[in-house]
Design a protein. Structure first.
Lengths: 164, 164
DNA sequence: GTTATTGCAAACCATTTGCAAGTGT
DNA sequence: ACACTTGCAAATGGTTTGCAATAAC
């Protein structure tokens, strides 16, 4: 199970797409923004803002990027349609890039906080229908299924420890 | 369109159910808790914590209930399975009582923040399937469909003003 | 040269919490 | 009486923001 994630063919790279977005807003391409976009798209898993700050601090390829800039850029990426908030655990937003890979949703274990990805086209199709029926133009969705993962629901046998 | 909401037959009242929950936890029935539960279930719409505080302050039937107590009680109601967080708008959690009325989800307009309810059994059924396929025990879900409502997506004609 | 961007530290703000006084059981 | 609750004010903690210095264009 390497990088076998559901890659979708895309014409332009995420970085290019972000630069287009910046251009339309008269915003600038800076080394900080570039580093953030590359880091976000180099890793195909959900992440939290703080995690990204750390990853960027680690690989000191560019000059250190401040937390503020990370947060600011995450917001722009979201507006640009390259990123989405997929959940909220422990009061922190969980992000995931949303370009070049199929949209998917998550099962969230209330005990160990593990996120299990899944995707189901029927659900997406159904959401489109519901939206249309309400004159609503759907741009995206956020679906969290809460409950207990297999390990944590197994009665008295080494359930994974919670994060608290 | 009065109280025609999808009422489901329930044996015990929400208040009773909450009292049972309190009992099992050796917690006490206080006028504050009672007032909160009654207020929450007297109104069949989504609401925010602050809104509830105001409604309780308004009708001074009981002695004023503090914000802290409201927050604390909302958490207990959630644990008791009587309430759920259905969305997050403007950095505030949006609650909705989840007992005696069918579960439903929402279309959220990114421009005017309006929430449109909908429910779709097929989606629920499908979620159960997905959960089962992953050995996951589903306890609930949260589904937000983001986009633009009819009014706000109509190009240049009096779109409803945003909240900001 | 202008105008946007950065990092810092301070501000925000919804929600939580410590604590002393009050109250169900 | 005992233990649980309340309101208050203060703390928390993720995220945002004002501002002076700095860098894109």
């Amino acid at each position: 199970m390497e990088q076998q994630v559901s890659a979708v063919d895309v014409a332009v790279s995420p970085l290019q797409k972000f630069q287009e977005y910046l251009a339309t807003r008269k915003m600038r391409v800076t080394p900080e923004r570039t580093a953030i976009v590359e880091e976000v798209f180099s890793y195909h898993e959900h992440f939290e803002a703080e995690e990204l700050v750390e990853r960027l601090t680690m690989q000191q390829t560019v000059r250190r990027v401040s937390r503020s800039t990370v947060y600011r850029t995450l917001n722009y990426l979201e507006e640009a349609g390259l990123l989405r908030k997929v959940a909220r655990t422990n009061d922190r937003e969980v992000y995931e890039h949303d370009y070049g890979y199929e949209q998917h949703d998550h099962l969230i274990c209330r005990n160990c906080n593990t996120l299990i990805e899944f995707n189901n086209d029927e659900i997406s199709r159904m959401l489109e229908q519901v939206a249309a029926a309400n004159g609503f133009v759907m741009e995206g969705h956020r679906l969290e299924v809460h409950g207990l993962c297999e390990a944590c629901s197994r009665p008295r046998r080494h359930p994974k420890l919670g994060l608290i």
